[in-house]
Design a protein around this ligand. Structure first.
Ligand code: SAH
Length: 259
């Protein structure tokens, strides 16, 4: 079977949203693919790089489990590759960060289909970075843990709090109350800074600063919705420090000019 398969699948990361954060490799593959199967978070701007005439199918899973089940996506990829198509499976961010890319890679391998993984710019790092938040910083945070907020009861809260690392939660917007409660119950200072970065890398990106105790109310008050990442830790204070430093520097320049 495998010897007859001429098709090929590329598991490609599309970055957090804006097309200029695609990799060069992703753009090259989109320009020559026969078929592109993409997630619902992929922007029209990114799809603008798909070759005219290529098959385009949105196979995305939406919050709440609507959309294509994983088995159906795997099957579709296998069928297209077995028909000899060059297929791009385009996923938001990086295909291996909560993207189920590992499952697709294995399903393809079991069907005798070779796949190439093209890493993408994950929202786990890029959403904070676009908001001026370094997820690690000497003297502030020695590490970062990326977590799914989907099932908070299953997380090792004690270890997470003790680690002192920056915590970045994805898929967490419906669980902010539980996340806040678990963190405080396991000893994290309720006033620890939190940043919620919504729709990073798009024209409607927003960042809201809060604290662990105020996180759930901040989400409601500002009407924040998915997709967003929640950054917990002192690094979330860096944007404010940057603003203050810039204001001070500008004030100094003004003072110099008036001398
Ligand atoms: N593979 C993706 C993550 C998929 S899980 C990656 O590496 O980025 C989907 C979650 O990613 C969303 O619920 C949200 O938490 C986060 N996300 C994706 N795009 C985002 C964006 N543009 N801004 C903020 N968060 C985003």
């Amino acid at each position: 079977m495998s010897a007859k398969v001429k098709g090929y699948v590329y598991l490609v990361g599309a970055g957090p949203g804006s097309a200029d954060l695609l990799t060069v490799r992703a753009v090259q593959l989109l320009a020559r693919a026969d078929a592109v199967l993409y997630d619902h978070l992929i922007s029209p701007e990114v799809l603008g790089y798909v070759r005219v005439g290529a098959i385009q199918e949105c196979v995305g899973k939406e919050p709440g489990g609507l959309g294509w089940p994983q088995d159906r996506i795997n099957h579709r990829l296998i069928v297209l590759a077995q028909c000899g198509q060059q297929v791009v499976r385009l996923k938001g961010g990086d295909p291996f960060v909560f993207g189920r890319g590992g499952e697709e890679l294995l399903a393809l391998a079991e069907a005798g289909i070779v796949a190439e993984v093209v890493p993408g710019v994950s929202s786990a790092w890029s959403a904070p970075a676009l908001a001026n938040i370094p997820v690690t910083m000497r003297g502030v945070s020695a590490g970062v843990v990326v977590l799914s907020g989907h099932a908070p009861a299953r997380l090792a809260w004690d270890a997470l709090v003790k680690s002192g690392c920056t915590l970045v939660f994805l898929m967490a917007m419906a669980k902010t109350r539980e996340i806040s409660r678990h963190l405080i119950a396991h000893g994290l200072d309720a006033m620890t800074p939190v940043a919620i970065v919504e729709r990073a890398g798009t024209s409607c990106a927003r960042t809201v600063m809060s604290s662990v105790v105020q996180l759930p109310d901040a989400v409601v008050q500002h009407g924040l919705t998915s997709p967003a990442v929640i950054v917990v830790g002192n690094v979330a204070k860096v944007p404010e420090r940057v603003q203050k430093a810039l204001a001070l520097a500008q004030w100094r320049v003004g003072e110099e000019a008036t001398k």
